[in-house]
Ligand binder design. Structure first.
Ligand code: PLP
Length: 396
Protein backbone atom coordinates (compact mmCIF):
# COMPACT_ATOMS: atom_id res chain seq x y z
CA UNK A 1 0.00 0.00 0.00
CA UNK A 2 2.89 2.33 0.66
CA UNK A 3 3.72 2.04 -3.01
CA UNK A 4 0.46 3.70 -4.05
CA UNK A 5 0.86 7.03 -5.82
CA UNK A 6 0.00 10.40 -4.30
CA UNK A 7 -2.43 10.69 -7.19
CA UNK A 8 -4.62 7.85 -5.96
CA UNK A 9 -4.08 8.54 -2.29
CA UNK A 10 -5.30 12.10 -2.75
CA UNK A 11 -8.38 11.06 -4.73
CA UNK A 12 -11.65 11.18 -2.80
CA UNK A 13 -13.77 8.04 -2.79
CA UNK A 14 -17.05 8.63 -4.55
CA UNK A 15 -19.60 9.37 -1.82
CA UNK A 16 -22.44 8.10 -3.95
CA UNK A 17 -20.68 4.76 -4.14
CA UNK A 18 -19.89 4.84 -0.40
CA UNK A 19 -23.58 5.30 0.34
CA UNK A 20 -24.47 2.50 -2.07
CA UNK A 21 -22.01 0.21 -0.24
CA UNK A 22 -23.55 1.02 3.15
CA UNK A 23 -27.03 0.41 1.74
CA UNK A 24 -25.87 -2.95 0.37
CA UNK A 25 -24.49 -3.89 3.76
CA UNK A 26 -27.83 -3.15 5.45
CA UNK A 27 -29.70 -5.04 2.73
CA UNK A 28 -27.46 -8.04 3.36
CA UNK A 29 -28.60 -7.89 6.99
CA UNK A 30 -32.14 -8.29 5.69
CA UNK A 31 -33.19 -4.62 5.94
CA UNK A 32 -35.65 -3.33 3.37
CA UNK A 33 -33.70 -0.34 2.02
CA UNK A 34 -35.32 1.99 -0.51
CA UNK A 35 -32.63 3.41 -2.77
CA UNK A 36 -33.06 7.07 -3.70
CA UNK A 37 -29.33 7.59 -4.10
CA UNK A 38 -28.56 6.43 -7.61
CA UNK A 39 -28.06 8.63 -10.64
CA UNK A 40 -29.47 6.04 -12.98
CA UNK A 41 -32.86 5.74 -14.70
CA UNK A 42 -34.95 2.82 -13.45
CA UNK A 43 -36.01 2.01 -17.02
CA UNK A 44 -34.60 -0.59 -19.36
CA UNK A 45 -32.92 0.48 -22.58
CA UNK A 46 -35.70 0.84 -25.20
CA UNK A 47 -36.18 -2.24 -27.40
CA UNK A 48 -35.43 -0.47 -30.68
CA UNK A 49 -31.94 0.33 -29.37
CA UNK A 50 -31.37 -3.19 -28.04
CA UNK A 51 -32.33 -4.59 -31.43
CA UNK A 52 -29.75 -2.38 -33.16
CA UNK A 53 -27.09 -3.82 -30.83
CA UNK A 54 -28.12 -7.39 -31.60
CA UNK A 55 -28.00 -6.58 -35.29
CA UNK A 56 -24.49 -5.15 -34.86
CA UNK A 57 -23.29 -8.36 -33.21
CA UNK A 58 -24.76 -10.42 -36.03
CA UNK A 59 -23.20 -8.08 -38.56
CA UNK A 60 -19.80 -8.86 -37.02
CA UNK A 61 -18.96 -5.50 -35.57
CA UNK A 62 -16.13 -6.78 -33.43
CA UNK A 63 -12.91 -5.03 -34.40
CA UNK A 64 -11.18 -2.05 -32.84
CA UNK A 65 -13.13 1.09 -33.58
CA UNK A 66 -11.70 4.42 -34.79
CA UNK A 67 -10.36 6.19 -31.68
CA UNK A 68 -12.79 9.10 -31.99
CA UNK A 69 -15.81 7.00 -33.05
CA UNK A 70 -17.38 5.44 -36.14
CA UNK A 71 -17.97 7.97 -38.89
CA UNK A 72 -21.66 6.95 -38.99
CA UNK A 73 -21.97 7.69 -35.28
CA UNK A 74 -20.19 11.02 -35.64
CA UNK A 75 -22.64 11.91 -38.41
CA UNK A 76 -25.59 10.92 -36.21
CA UNK A 77 -24.16 13.15 -33.45
CA UNK A 78 -23.68 16.02 -35.93
CA UNK A 79 -27.32 15.66 -37.01
CA UNK A 80 -28.48 15.47 -33.40
CA UNK A 81 -26.60 18.67 -32.53
CA UNK A 82 -28.22 20.36 -35.52
CA UNK A 83 -31.71 19.00 -34.85
CA UNK A 84 -31.88 19.52 -31.10
CA UNK A 85 -29.45 22.36 -30.43
CA UNK A 86 -29.08 24.27 -33.71
CA UNK A 87 -25.33 23.70 -33.40
CA UNK A 88 -23.16 23.07 -36.44
CA UNK A 89 -20.16 20.80 -36.00
CA UNK A 90 -18.12 18.86 -38.52
CA UNK A 91 -16.51 15.46 -38.04
CA UNK A 92 -13.21 16.97 -36.88
CA UNK A 93 -15.04 18.47 -33.90
CA UNK A 94 -16.66 15.31 -32.55
CA UNK A 95 -15.06 12.74 -30.23
CA UNK A 96 -16.99 9.70 -29.01
CA UNK A 97 -15.83 8.32 -25.65
CA UNK A 98 -16.52 5.59 -23.13
CA UNK A 99 -19.17 7.63 -21.34
CA UNK A 100 -19.44 11.37 -20.81
CA UNK A 101 -17.23 10.80 -17.80
CA UNK A 102 -14.35 9.96 -20.12
CA UNK A 103 -15.22 12.95 -22.30
CA UNK A 104 -14.81 15.17 -19.23
CA UNK A 105 -11.60 13.44 -18.15
CA UNK A 106 -10.15 13.90 -21.64
CA UNK A 107 -10.94 17.61 -21.60
CA UNK A 108 -9.32 18.04 -18.18
CA UNK A 109 -6.23 16.08 -19.19
CA UNK A 110 -5.66 17.97 -22.42
CA UNK A 111 -6.33 21.49 -21.13
CA UNK A 112 -5.06 21.70 -17.55
CA UNK A 113 -1.56 22.44 -16.38
CA UNK A 114 -0.68 22.26 -12.67
CA UNK A 115 -2.39 25.05 -10.77
CA UNK A 116 -4.84 26.01 -13.51
CA UNK A 117 -8.18 26.88 -11.95
CA UNK A 118 -11.54 25.45 -12.92
CA UNK A 119 -14.62 27.28 -11.69
CA UNK A 120 -17.29 24.87 -10.43
CA UNK A 121 -20.64 26.38 -9.46
CA UNK A 122 -21.90 24.37 -6.46
CA UNK A 123 -23.59 22.02 -6.29
CA UNK A 124 -21.71 20.23 -9.05
CA UNK A 125 -21.61 16.62 -10.17
CA UNK A 126 -19.39 14.62 -7.79
CA UNK A 127 -16.70 13.71 -10.26
CA UNK A 128 -15.92 17.22 -11.56
CA UNK A 129 -13.66 18.22 -8.68
CA UNK A 130 -11.83 14.90 -8.59
CA UNK A 131 -11.29 14.79 -12.35
CA UNK A 132 -9.89 18.33 -12.23
CA UNK A 133 -7.57 17.38 -9.37
CA UNK A 134 -6.39 14.26 -11.17
CA UNK A 135 -5.36 16.51 -14.06
CA UNK A 136 -3.47 18.67 -11.50
CA UNK A 137 -5.94 21.53 -11.80
CA UNK A 138 -7.45 23.40 -8.87
CA UNK A 139 -11.23 23.37 -8.43
CA UNK A 140 -12.66 26.76 -7.42
CA UNK A 141 -16.09 26.32 -5.85
CA UNK A 142 -18.74 29.00 -6.25
CA UNK A 143 -21.51 28.41 -3.73
CA UNK A 144 -25.13 28.87 -4.74
CA UNK A 145 -28.18 28.18 -2.60
CA UNK A 146 -31.76 27.01 -2.64
CA UNK A 147 -32.86 30.67 -2.39
CA UNK A 148 -31.33 31.47 -5.81
CA UNK A 149 -32.49 28.20 -7.36
CA UNK A 150 -28.89 26.98 -7.26
CA UNK A 151 -27.92 29.30 -10.14
CA UNK A 152 -24.59 31.08 -10.34
CA UNK A 153 -25.02 34.79 -11.08
CA UNK A 154 -22.81 36.74 -13.50
CA UNK A 155 -21.48 38.71 -10.50
CA UNK A 156 -20.44 35.51 -8.74
CA UNK A 157 -18.72 34.29 -11.88
CA UNK A 158 -16.88 37.58 -12.31
CA UNK A 159 -15.70 37.48 -8.69
CA UNK A 160 -14.38 33.92 -9.05
CA UNK A 161 -12.24 34.65 -12.12
CA UNK A 162 -8.49 35.06 -11.55
CA UNK A 163 -5.54 35.17 -13.96
CA UNK A 164 -5.25 31.40 -13.40
CA UNK A 165 -8.82 30.58 -14.47
CA UNK A 166 -8.68 28.12 -17.34
CA UNK A 167 -12.20 26.76 -17.51
CA UNK A 168 -15.68 26.77 -16.07
CA UNK A 169 -17.60 23.50 -15.81
CA UNK A 170 -21.31 23.16 -15.13
CA UNK A 171 -24.20 20.85 -15.96
CA UNK A 172 -27.59 22.14 -17.10
CA UNK A 173 -29.97 20.48 -16.35
CA UNK A 174 -27.92 20.10 -13.19
CA UNK A 175 -27.03 16.99 -11.29
CA UNK A 176 -27.68 17.27 -8.33
CA UNK A 177 -29.95 20.34 -8.06
CA UNK A 178 -32.22 19.87 -11.09
CA UNK A 179 -31.56 23.53 -11.98
CA UNK A 180 -31.78 24.51 -15.67
CA UNK A 181 -30.14 27.68 -17.01
CA UNK A 182 -32.35 29.64 -19.40
CA UNK A 183 -30.86 31.16 -22.53
CA UNK A 184 -30.96 34.61 -20.90
CA UNK A 185 -29.12 33.35 -17.84
CA UNK A 186 -26.45 31.73 -19.99
CA UNK A 187 -26.14 35.01 -21.91
CA UNK A 188 -25.50 36.79 -18.61
CA UNK A 189 -22.63 34.40 -17.86
CA UNK A 190 -21.36 34.69 -21.44
CA UNK A 191 -21.21 38.48 -21.13
CA UNK A 192 -18.79 38.08 -18.23
CA UNK A 193 -16.73 35.50 -20.12
CA UNK A 194 -16.48 37.81 -23.13
CA UNK A 195 -14.17 39.97 -21.06
CA UNK A 196 -11.95 36.93 -20.48
CA UNK A 197 -11.46 35.43 -23.92
CA UNK A 198 -9.09 32.64 -22.86
CA UNK A 199 -11.51 30.87 -20.52
CA UNK A 200 -13.00 27.69 -21.92
CA UNK A 201 -16.53 26.58 -21.04
CA UNK A 202 -17.42 22.94 -20.49
CA UNK A 203 -21.18 22.65 -20.82
CA UNK A 204 -22.36 19.23 -19.64
CA UNK A 205 -25.74 18.65 -21.26
CA UNK A 206 -26.21 14.98 -20.50
CA UNK A 207 -29.66 15.63 -18.94
CA UNK A 208 -30.75 17.76 -21.92
CA UNK A 209 -33.90 15.80 -22.69
CA UNK A 210 -34.98 15.48 -19.06
CA UNK A 211 -36.17 19.06 -18.94
CA UNK A 212 -39.63 19.99 -17.66
CA UNK A 213 -39.61 23.71 -18.36
CA UNK A 214 -39.17 24.03 -22.07
CA UNK A 215 -36.33 24.63 -24.43
CA UNK A 216 -32.86 23.45 -23.64
CA UNK A 217 -30.25 26.17 -24.11
CA UNK A 218 -26.59 25.55 -24.98
CA UNK A 219 -23.74 27.98 -24.36
CA UNK A 220 -22.28 27.15 -27.79
CA UNK A 221 -25.41 28.59 -29.42
CA UNK A 222 -23.96 32.07 -28.85
CA UNK A 223 -21.83 32.89 -31.86
CA UNK A 224 -19.33 34.79 -29.74
CA UNK A 225 -18.86 31.74 -27.47
CA UNK A 226 -18.95 28.86 -29.96
CA UNK A 227 -15.17 28.80 -30.46
CA UNK A 228 -14.46 28.15 -26.81
CA UNK A 229 -17.23 25.86 -25.64
CA UNK A 230 -16.94 22.11 -25.23
CA UNK A 231 -20.45 20.66 -25.34
CA UNK A 232 -20.56 17.34 -23.50
CA UNK A 233 -23.44 14.94 -23.97
CA UNK A 234 -24.21 11.23 -23.88
CA UNK A 235 -26.92 8.60 -23.87
CA UNK A 236 -26.74 7.29 -20.30
CA UNK A 237 -29.59 9.28 -18.83
CA UNK A 238 -32.32 10.08 -21.36
CA UNK A 239 -31.91 6.79 -23.24
CA UNK A 240 -31.50 4.65 -20.09
CA UNK A 241 -28.13 3.38 -21.33
CA UNK A 242 -25.81 3.90 -18.36
CA UNK A 243 -24.01 0.58 -18.77
CA UNK A 244 -23.42 0.98 -22.50
CA UNK A 245 -20.83 3.67 -21.82
CA UNK A 246 -21.12 6.10 -24.70
CA UNK A 247 -20.62 9.85 -24.35
CA UNK A 248 -19.38 12.49 -26.77
CA UNK A 249 -18.24 16.06 -27.23
CA UNK A 250 -18.70 18.76 -29.83
CA UNK A 251 -15.73 21.09 -29.49
CA UNK A 252 -13.28 23.37 -31.28
CA UNK A 253 -11.28 21.11 -33.60
CA UNK A 254 -7.98 21.71 -31.74
CA UNK A 255 -9.51 20.43 -28.50
CA UNK A 256 -11.19 17.47 -30.22
CA UNK A 257 -7.84 16.56 -31.82
CA UNK A 258 -6.12 16.62 -28.43
CA UNK A 259 -8.87 14.47 -26.85
CA UNK A 260 -8.51 11.99 -29.68
CA UNK A 261 -4.76 11.80 -29.04
CA UNK A 262 -5.27 11.33 -25.28
CA UNK A 263 -7.93 8.66 -25.71
CA UNK A 264 -5.75 6.87 -28.27
CA UNK A 265 -3.19 6.18 -25.56
CA UNK A 266 -5.60 5.25 -22.80
CA UNK A 267 -8.70 3.37 -23.95
CA UNK A 268 -8.77 3.56 -27.78
CA UNK A 269 -12.19 3.83 -29.41
CA UNK A 270 -15.38 3.12 -27.45
CA UNK A 271 -17.14 -0.26 -27.61
CA UNK A 272 -18.18 -1.28 -31.14
CA UNK A 273 -21.64 -2.70 -30.34
CA UNK A 274 -22.60 0.20 -28.10
CA UNK A 275 -21.57 2.69 -30.77
CA UNK A 276 -23.74 1.00 -33.40
CA UNK A 277 -26.71 1.00 -31.00
CA UNK A 278 -26.23 4.68 -30.25
CA UNK A 279 -26.45 5.53 -33.95
CA UNK A 280 -29.99 4.15 -33.84
CA UNK A 281 -30.74 5.90 -30.54
CA UNK A 282 -29.68 9.31 -31.82
CA UNK A 283 -31.33 8.98 -35.21
CA UNK A 284 -34.71 8.24 -33.61
CA UNK A 285 -37.07 11.13 -32.94
CA UNK A 286 -36.91 12.32 -29.34
CA UNK A 287 -40.60 11.42 -29.03
CA UNK A 288 -39.51 7.77 -28.79
CA UNK A 289 -38.10 8.36 -25.32
CA UNK A 290 -40.64 10.88 -24.08
CA UNK A 291 -42.52 8.24 -22.03
CA UNK A 292 -39.57 8.19 -19.63
CA UNK A 293 -39.45 11.96 -19.37
CA UNK A 294 -43.20 12.15 -18.73
CA UNK A 295 -42.81 9.63 -15.93
CA UNK A 296 -39.97 11.62 -14.34
CA UNK A 297 -42.14 14.71 -14.54
CA UNK A 298 -45.03 13.20 -12.60
CA UNK A 299 -42.64 11.74 -10.02
CA UNK A 300 -41.02 15.12 -9.58
CA UNK A 301 -44.35 16.53 -8.49
CA UNK A 302 -44.98 13.61 -6.18
CA UNK A 303 -41.61 13.80 -4.44
CA UNK A 304 -41.75 17.56 -4.06
CA UNK A 305 -45.30 17.54 -2.69
CA UNK A 306 -44.33 14.88 -0.16
CA UNK A 307 -41.11 16.69 0.83
CA UNK A 308 -42.92 19.98 1.28
CA UNK A 309 -45.26 18.20 3.64
CA UNK A 310 -42.35 17.55 6.05
CA UNK A 311 -41.23 20.46 8.18
CA UNK A 312 -37.58 21.35 7.73
CA UNK A 313 -37.06 20.58 4.06
CA UNK A 314 -36.56 23.63 1.85
CA UNK A 315 -36.81 22.71 -1.82
CA UNK A 316 -36.77 24.27 -5.25
CA UNK A 317 -39.01 22.99 -7.99
CA UNK A 318 -36.38 21.14 -10.04
CA UNK A 319 -36.64 22.01 -13.72
CA UNK A 320 -34.79 19.01 -15.08
CA UNK A 321 -32.81 15.81 -14.43
CA UNK A 322 -34.30 13.40 -11.85
CA UNK A 323 -33.14 14.77 -8.53
CA UNK A 324 -34.35 17.04 -5.76
CA UNK A 325 -31.80 18.76 -3.59
CA UNK A 326 -33.48 20.04 -0.43
CA UNK A 327 -31.71 22.21 2.11
CA UNK A 328 -31.94 20.33 5.41
CA UNK A 329 -29.88 22.62 7.64
CA UNK A 330 -33.02 23.06 9.80
CA UNK A 331 -32.07 19.76 11.43
CA UNK A 332 -28.48 20.71 12.29
CA UNK A 333 -27.86 20.75 16.03
CA UNK A 334 -30.82 18.45 16.75
CA UNK A 335 -30.69 14.91 18.08
CA UNK A 336 -33.07 12.57 16.31
CA UNK A 337 -33.53 8.95 17.36
CA UNK A 338 -30.25 9.16 19.23
CA UNK A 339 -28.33 10.51 16.20
CA UNK A 340 -26.75 13.92 16.69
CA UNK A 341 -27.13 15.80 13.40
CA UNK A 342 -24.17 18.13 12.81
CA UNK A 343 -24.13 18.09 9.01
CA UNK A 344 -25.72 16.69 5.85
CA UNK A 345 -23.71 13.47 6.06
CA UNK A 346 -25.11 12.76 9.55
CA UNK A 347 -28.59 13.51 8.25
CA UNK A 348 -28.21 11.22 5.26
CA UNK A 349 -26.95 8.46 7.59
CA UNK A 350 -29.94 9.01 9.88
CA UNK A 351 -32.28 8.51 6.94
CA UNK A 352 -30.43 5.36 5.95
CA UNK A 353 -30.26 3.78 9.38
CA UNK A 354 -33.63 4.82 10.82
CA UNK A 355 -35.88 5.31 7.76
CA UNK A 356 -34.01 2.74 5.65
CA UNK A 357 -33.87 5.21 2.77
CA UNK A 358 -30.61 5.79 0.87
CA UNK A 359 -29.89 9.40 -0.21
CA UNK A 360 -26.62 11.25 -0.87
CA UNK A 361 -25.08 13.94 1.31
CA UNK A 362 -24.71 17.36 -0.30
CA UNK A 363 -21.07 17.38 0.83
CA UNK A 364 -20.35 15.17 -2.15
CA UNK A 365 -21.52 17.96 -4.45
CA UNK A 366 -19.89 20.91 -2.67
CA UNK A 367 -23.15 21.94 -0.92
CA UNK A 368 -22.98 20.83 2.71
CA UNK A 369 -26.47 22.06 3.73
CA UNK A 370 -28.36 19.80 1.34
CA UNK A 371 -29.00 16.19 0.47
CA UNK A 372 -29.83 14.67 -2.91
CA UNK A 373 -32.79 12.41 -3.49
CA UNK A 374 -33.12 10.73 -6.85
CA UNK A 375 -36.61 10.06 -8.14
CA UNK A 376 -35.46 7.40 -10.56
CA UNK A 377 -37.62 5.07 -8.48
CA UNK A 378 -41.23 3.90 -8.71
CA UNK A 379 -44.08 6.01 -7.32
CA UNK A 380 -44.80 3.43 -4.64
CA UNK A 381 -41.14 3.43 -3.56
CA UNK A 382 -41.13 7.22 -3.44
CA UNK A 383 -44.34 7.28 -1.40
CA UNK A 384 -43.10 4.68 1.05
CA UNK A 385 -39.68 6.35 1.37
CA UNK A 386 -41.12 9.76 2.13
CA UNK A 387 -43.61 8.27 4.56
CA UNK A 388 -40.79 6.63 6.46
CA UNK A 389 -38.72 9.82 6.43
CA UNK A 390 -41.63 11.82 7.76
CA UNK A 391 -42.18 9.31 10.55
CA UNK A 392 -38.54 9.41 11.63
CA UNK A 393 -38.40 13.20 11.59
CA UNK A 394 -41.69 13.89 13.28
CA UNK A 395 -41.82 11.20 15.95
CA UNK A 396 -38.76 12.42 17.81
N1 PLP B 1 -22.31 14.34 -16.22
C1 PLP B 1 -23.25 14.35 -15.27
C2 PLP B 1 -23.80 15.65 -14.82
C3 PLP B 1 -23.72 13.14 -14.73
O1 PLP B 1 -24.67 13.15 -13.79
C4 PLP B 1 -23.16 11.93 -15.18
C5 PLP B 1 -23.58 10.62 -14.60
O2 PLP B 1 -23.99 10.53 -13.47
C6 PLP B 1 -22.17 11.97 -16.16
C7 PLP B 1 -21.77 13.20 -16.67
C8 PLP B 1 -21.49 10.73 -16.69
O3 PLP B 1 -22.23 10.09 -17.62
P1 PLP B 1 -21.73 8.80 -18.40
O4 PLP B 1 -22.54 7.68 -17.88
O5 PLP B 1 -21.99 9.10 -19.84
O6 PLP B 1 -20.26 8.64 -18.12
Amino acid sequence: QEQLSNRINNLATSQTLAMAAKARELRAEGKDIIGLSLGEPDFNTPDFIKEAAIQAINDDYNSYTPVDGYVELKDAIINKFKRDNQLTYDRSQIVVSTGAKQSLANVAMVLLNPGDEVILPCPYWVSYAEIVKLAEGTPVEVPTSVETDFKMTPEQLEAAITPKTKMIWYSSPCNPSGMVYSKEELRGLADVLKKHPDIIVVSDEIYEHINFVGDHASMAQFEDMYDRVVTVNGVSKAFAMTGWRIGYIGAPAWIARACNKMQGQITSGANCIAQRAVITALEAPVSKISYMIDTFKSRRKLVNDLLNDIEGFVTTDPEGAFYVFPNISHFFGKTIKGHKIENATDFSMLLLEEALVATVTGDAFGSPNCIRLSYAASESQIEEALKRIKTVLTEV
